[in-house]
Design a protein around this ligand. Structure first.
Ligand code: AMP
Length: 180
């Protein structure tokens, strides 16, 4: 059996698959499908992602499309919070707000329903992976537009060499399970 959280983190890391040159040459894709397919890592990942917020008051967990939905709802349930999806353009059906962010070439956009966050809501933003931090920073803008407060960020994987955390640290603490 796994005796410590460190043992479990090692197990989680062993279930992340590196796929070279996907979706394009030069990108090493971190594939979490083995982690999802294993009952032990599915359960333990949810538990460890929620753990840093266990003493925090959290009203809403945001999951970023689309892999942020997978554990976002689990974290929300662990924290007795609601779940809100932040999605790519033209996916959400109701009244919504938008934020744009910079890509290497051009810009991209994320959307959230305008009634999803109430003023004063305390929000955790979750995604499977932080790369440049652009998506999470845009989601932060959406939360703040509606009067919510981001109290933390949660990622399974951080690509530290991209320094994404520099975009987020001024808002709230960042919790990641595995750093590359
Ligand atoms: P960013 O906005 O740059 O922090 O990008 C984060 C989003 O891009 C997340 O939704 C990730 O799922 C995805 N992503 C970026 N780089 C990778 C990678 N190397 N492997 C898997 N997903 C990635």
């Amino acid at each position: 059996m796994y005796t410590s959280d460190q043992d479990i983190l090692n197990l989680i890391e062993s279930q992340i698959r590196n796929v070279p040159d996907f979706p394009k040459t030069g990108i090493q894709f971190k594939d979490i499908t083995p982690l999802l397919g294993n009952a032990e890592t599915l359960r333990q990942t949810s538990r460890l992602l929620a753990k840093p917020f266990s003493t925090e008051e959290v009203d809403v967990v945001i999951g970023l499309e689309s892999r942020g939905f997978l554990f976002g709802t689990q974290i929300a349930m662990e924290l007795n919070a609601g779940f809100v999806p932040v999605r790519k353009p033209n996916k959400l059906p109701y009244h919504k707000i938008q934020a744009t962010y910079e890509l290497e070439y051009g810009t991209d956009m994320v959307e959230m329903h305008s009634d999803a966050i109430k003023p004063g809501d305390r929000v955790v933003i979750h995604d499977d992976l932080i790369a440049t931090g652009g998506t999470s920073a845009a989601a932060t803008e959406l939360v703040e537009k509606l009067g919510g407060k981001v109290v933390g960020y949660s990622f399974i994987i951080e690509l530290a060499f991209l320094n994404g955390r520099n975009k987020l640290l001024k808002h709230a603490p960042i919790h990641t399970l595995i750093t590359y």
